[in-house]
Design a binder for this molecule. Sequence first.
Ligand SMILES: *[C@@H]1O[C@H](CO)[C@@H](O)[C@H](O)[C@H]1NC(C)=O
Ligand SMILES: *[C@@H]1O[C@H](CO)[C@@H](O)[C@H](O)[C@H]1NC(C)=O
Length: 226
Amino acid sequence: MHSLKIITTLLGAIALVRGQTAGTTTTTWDCCEPACGYTSNLSAGARGPVRSCNKSNGPAAAGAQNACFTQGGQAFSCSSYQPIIISNTLSYGFAGHGNTATATCCKCYQFTWTSGAAAGKSMIVQAINAGGITDTDFDIYTPGGGVGDYNACTAQYGAPAQGWGRQYGGVTSDSQCSQLPSNLQAGCHWRWQWAGGDINNWQITYKQVNCPSQLTSISGCTPATI
Ligand SMILES: *[C@@H]1O[C@H](CO)[C@@H](O)[C@H](O)[C@H]1NC(C)=O
Ligand SMILES: *[C@@H]1O[C@H](CO)[C@@H](O)[C@H](O)[C@H]1NC(C)=O
């Protein structure tokens, strides 16, 4: 009886691990209109696109061009894409995921860190962007996370030419979050205070999950149910 229970528990644990894919996390905050803001990039069955914003975080005007690809473009990312703390061990948020937007756009994923200061903590994120990363990476939207390949933060907020901190990875300490505009500081502190460090290249295991309504109501995009 007792050993049967142990075997059953072990089998359950193995099945859980098998449903998961190994990956990594990186960080971003480029202020660009996200790739999933284009209807042509949505995954099959998704209703969207994801919201993009004007310079002051109101809804972007209809037909506004992506500030990262058009000089003077007025479609930016939204300040509401900052991480949301649910508990000491779970946060919600938004991320770039994979290189093929039509494979990932608007889908939600749950991951648990297996290395770094956040080992054992989890996030549920909705994919709002894609490209420039590996297919198993989650590029977490956190202000001061680095502008990466494209930068609209200078146009939106007057950030330095390479963004706040390093172009890739962004600010390097909690105190550097004070360089950001006040409406982005909470999401910058999240990385250092909740996750406990830089996050870049920490290891995870992840799987697709259905989206919490709290995330789809912010993004305006709902994927096909799984
Ligand atoms: C952004 O949108 C808000 C809400 O519609 C509006 O009040 C604000 O003037 C807009 N800002 C810019 C810079 O267009
Ligand atoms: C998203 O769609 C735009 C417009 O069709 C396209 O230029 C861009 O390459 C797409 N992005 C990705 C990551 O697929």
